[in-house]
Ligand binder design. Structure first.
Ligand code: DOR
Length: 429
């Protein structure tokens, strides 16, 4: 008989509703959900929410090429500590994930980690925006999301060719980093009042809006799915809302920093607040929240972007863009979206779990918490207060913009394929 695990005394929240129940896991499956269950081992979930494991569509693991910032192992551990049971690793590694051998190596290392690591393949060779990557070969390895993230596919013709190619690959989706390089390229923060005042060259919101408008038109032309990464402007969100109303096959994500921080943070000249697309205005933050609330934005994705401390200590205009996100995402969603009533807990979990699982085609993630489902779960205490300490993060990097901030809500346990990979907040592997 395989060992059984009971998750005892929690409040189960998934797409089917909310109920107080124990969850019994055998091997890698949920076998029973109900009262007074017993198992060989127990995890206490008293006072906690038991939910489908979170799914992050947008993570930079840095391996191969920048292991001083993160490795597949440390990034996966940070993900597990954040309640994520699956993540999609972005292709801007060195060498990039435009090659079957690189993708196979990342998948193999991911399979040994404490998160289900999936890989996004590059759209173009070298992420250079000109020649298509061998998308069919990457698809055969299990790649479903293709993106040049970190770089925009600026050429409409190349984007159209990628969308046409993707139409022949079941489950494939083209994900765009929507920032026109010719408009955004020379900027280091949002172009607006703050950039003028600080004398830092800006990246206009129009760089995002124009690409989103164009790619909605290309989704209509080709009938292929387009996913917009890390949307940050009110204009882009309105365009996606209109495209969805027309029935176009578009989806979108937003990162926690785009609903919690504004460009005013750059007044510190601290590069920890430098990110692409950049932190924007109060009105844009309000639009991101409204887009998440009404489902225009399907998913919350972290854009976890670790960088070595030395790199982030350079002057603002020389430092690389990007910030950590995996270990703070859930608490930020609870604090900034659920607590103020922007959306229900169930809707926040939809954006963090089952909606991104559906976009990535991950049948074994995103619940429901019911007999027969894969045992990929997170258990969190929505009332636990904690202060972000960069030195306590599982990530190898330290570039969190939330250091010193008090958050509410913390992961207690994470269960991956029936194994407790995080117990009482501590990673087991
Ligand atoms: O801020 C960012 N950092 N945006 C991106 O698109 C790439 C990422 C990175 O890789 O550091």
């Amino acid at each position: 008989m395989p060992e059984t695990l009971v998750i005892r005394g929690g409040r189960v929240v998934d797409q089917t509703g909310t109920r107080d129940a124990d969850v019994l896991v055998e091997s890698d499956r949920i076998v029973e959900v109900g009262a007074n269950l017993t198992g060989d081992r127990e995890l206490d979930a008293g006072g906690c929410v038991v939910a489908p494991g979170l799914v992050d569509l947008h993570v930079h693991l840095r391996e191969p090429g920048m292991e001083e910032a993160e490795t597949i192992e440390t990034g996966a551990r940070a993900a597990a500590r954040g309640g994520f049971t699956a993540l999609v690793a972005m292709p801007n590694t060195t060498p990039p994930q435009d090659d079957p051998a690189v993708v196979a190596a990342v998948l193999a290392a991911g399979a040994r980690s404490c998160c289900d690591v999936r890989v996004a393949g590059a759209i173009t060779r070298g992420r250079a925006g000109t020649d298509l990557a061998p998308m069919g070969e990457l698809h055969a390895l299990g790649v479903r999301i293709f993106t040049d993230d970190g770089a925009c596919v600026d050429s409409a013709g190349v984007m159209r060719a990628a969308l046409d190619y993707a139409a022949s690959l079941p489950g494939a989706v083209i994900a765009q980093h929507a920032e026109d390089t010719t408009l955004a390229g020379a900027g280091h923060m949002h172009e607006g009042d703050w950039s003028s005042r600080l004398g830092i060259p800006g990246r206009p919101g129009a760089a995002e809006d124009t690409i989103v408008a164009r790619d909605c038109i290309l989704a209509a032309l080709t009938g292929s799915r387009v996913h917009f990464l890390h949307l940050s402007t009110a204009g882009a969100i309105e365009l996606v809302r209109a495209a969805k109303a027309r029935g176009l096959p578009v989806t979108a994500e937003a990162a926690p920093h785009h609903f919690t921080l504004t460009d005013a943070a750059c007044a510190s000249f601290d590069p920890v607040f430098k990110v692409n697309p950049p932190l924007r205005t109060d009105a844009d933050v309000a639009a991101v929240k409204a887009g998440l609330a009404d489902g225009t934005i399907d998913a919350i994705a972290t854009d976890h972007a670790p960088h070595p401390t030395e790199a982030k200590e350079r002057p603002f205009e020389e430092a690389p863009p990007g910030m950590l996100g995996l270990e703070t995402a859930l608490a930020l969603a609870l604090g900034e979206l659920v607590a103020p009533g922007v959306m229900s807990l169930r809707d926040a979990l939809a954006r963090l779990s089952w909606a991104p699982a559906a976009i990535a085609g991950l049948a074994d993630h995103g619940g429901p918490v019911a007999p027969g489902s894969a045992a990929n779960l997170c258990v969190f205490d929505p009332t636990q207060r904690w202060v972000v300490d960069a030195d306590q993060l599982a990530s190898r990097a330290r570039n969190t913009p939330y250091a010193g901030r008090e958050l509410c809500g913390r992961i207690r346990h994470t269960i991956l394929r029936g194994c407790a990979v995080v117990v009482d907040g501590e990673a087991r592997a």
